[in-house]
Design a binder for this molecule. Structure first.
Ligand code: ZN
Length: 459
């Protein structure tokens, strides 16, 4: 018997050693691929500059056309290379994989949607020891994110919407003003770098989708993805001619279409936890039965006249839109009830291939732009629940997209809590500082909404 145990121990040690060696080899492969990609990128840059000098002579093409061919081929090759590299990263046993697009050029100092939103989150992740540097391969930051293509963007927005933005950028450049406040209530602005930042943000979301989907093919526990990007997207509607609610391109809607078009995933379940209704995403899939849009938001808040409980979708998409319009002062308890009684049965009934999350953090009790009273610890619970749900209904395929959140401290602390939930660390919220602000939740009103939704959606 003793000998049998000794043999077993020996075998376990052998397997552990083999796995260690395999991980080391994988790291080496990743290094080599990254070097090759960098070399290749340099080569393409040289070709581009030669194109500019040579003006396409002898090819029968004009300068602009020639440059476009090179740029297109560069984008396509870059997409292919970063996909391969990101797939390799993702299959290395990571628990969370994230991309960063801080949109530094899209910035207006007094505005709540400013460039510090993402950098502040990164600083807090560092302080909380939740970075690749400190957690090894459990946490991976993609360093080869790609820019979205026109095809990606126009899967949701019209070509004329993009052309209109291009024109505005040109005019802004020419006028030398730099910043243009966009609507009467000042919720949106553009700078000369807005379009560029928006293409990068949307692409950073797609890069994470590539990695998570690739990892799910080789692992039953793929990493959760998080696109730490701005400008955000859930108010950007395919039916509007201009940006809205601080959003330019609807990043999550573009990603939903991308998972269908490129990865062949048919059914997408979107959960929007921003305190404001995600009207843009609601519009994008209103008549689509294959993309379920579920929004949890404060009733009557911006954009004011959308997101009502009885908006169930339209035509073939009727039943695939679910709006949990909740009363002000909704907090952690209500969110847990809503999750158990509505979100879980809706996802189980829909049977998605992937869950995408519009992760807004402006439902925090100290955020100035909503009247919910979620806590940082509440966001931990919500994230853990979504992670488990993805595991139960779609093989763990799940990607978060940063949306709102204007109190920089609570935004960053709440995203840190989400990361803790991703890696399985216990919650460690600094909530004691603001529990003082919490008041009783409107449990009766929340119950009424839940009952109405269950009835309308046959849950
Ligand atoms: Zn919001």
């Amino acid at each position: 018997m003793t000998k049998m145990f000794a043999n077993k121990d020996k075998k376990i040690k052998e397997v552990e050693e083999e796995s260690k060696q395999a991980k080391l080899q994988l790291n080496e492969i990743m290094k080599v691929m990254k070097t090759k990609l960098d070399l290749w990128t340099q080569l393409m840059s040289q070709m581009e500059s030669q194109t500019e000098v040579g003006s396409g002579s002898g090819t029968g093409m004009g300068e602009a056309a020639c440059r476009k061919v090179f740029l297109t081929s560069r984008t396509k090759c870059s997409i292919a290379s970063s996909m391969i590299l990101n797939e390799t990263y993702a299959s290395s046993g990571a628990k969370v994989i994230y991309s960063v697009a801080s949109g530094l050029g899209h910035h207006w100092e007094p505005h709540r949607e400013c460039r510090r939103r993402v950098t502040c989150i990164l600083d807090c992740l560092e302080v909380a020891n939740l970075t690749p540097k400190l957690q090894g391969s459990e946490i991976i930051q993609l360093d080869n994110i790609r820019t979205a293509t026109m095809e990606d963007i126009t899967s949701v927005h019209s070509r004329s919407y993009v052309s209109n933005l291009e024109k505005i950028m040109e005019e802004l450049d020419a006028s030398g003003e730099g910043i243009l406040p966009f609507d009467s209530i000042g919720s949106t602005y553009v700078t000369t770098k807005t379009l560029q930042s928006s293409f990068v943000a949307a692409g950073a979301g797609l890069s994470v989708v590539d990695s998570v989907v690739a990892a799910s093919k080789v692992s039953e526990n793929p990493p959760i993805g998080f696109a730490l990007i701005r400008p955000p997207g859930n108010h950007a509607s395919p039916y509007k001619k201009v940006p809205m609610g601080s959003c330019v391109f609807n990043n999550i809607a573009i990603a939903a279409r991308y998972t269908q078009r490129v990865h062949g995933l048919k059914r997408v379940f979107i959960i929007d936890t921003d305190v404001h209704h995600g009207n843009g995403t609601n519009d994008a899939f209103h008549d689509d039965p294959d993309v379920f849009f579920l929004s949890v938001h404060q009733d009557g808040l911006y954009p004011h006249n959308t997101g009502k409980v009885d908006d169930l979708g339209h035509g073939n998409g009727e039943g695939a839109t679910l709006n949990l319009a909740l009363p002000k002062l909704t907090g952690d308890v209500a969110m847990r009830n809503v999750f158990d009684e509505v979100i879980v049965p809706a996802a189980q009934k829909f049977k998605p291939d992937i869950i995408l999350v519009s992760a807004g953090y402006d439902g925090h009790v100290l955020d100035p732009h909503g009247r919910f009273q979620l806590t940082t610890g509440g966001y931990y619970t919500l994230t853990s629940n979504i992670k488990q749900l993805a595991k139960d209904v779609c093989g763990g395929r799940c990607v978060f997209f940063l949306e709102g959140g204007s109190n920089l401290t609570t935004l960053a602390n709440s995203v840190v809590e989400s990361f803790r939930a991703f890696v399985g660390e216990p919650s460690a919220p600094p909530d004691f500082k603001y529990n003082f602000f919490l008041v009783e939740e409107p449990s009766l009103k929340v119950k009424e909404v839940i009952q109405k939704i269950k009835h309308l959606h046959s849950l």
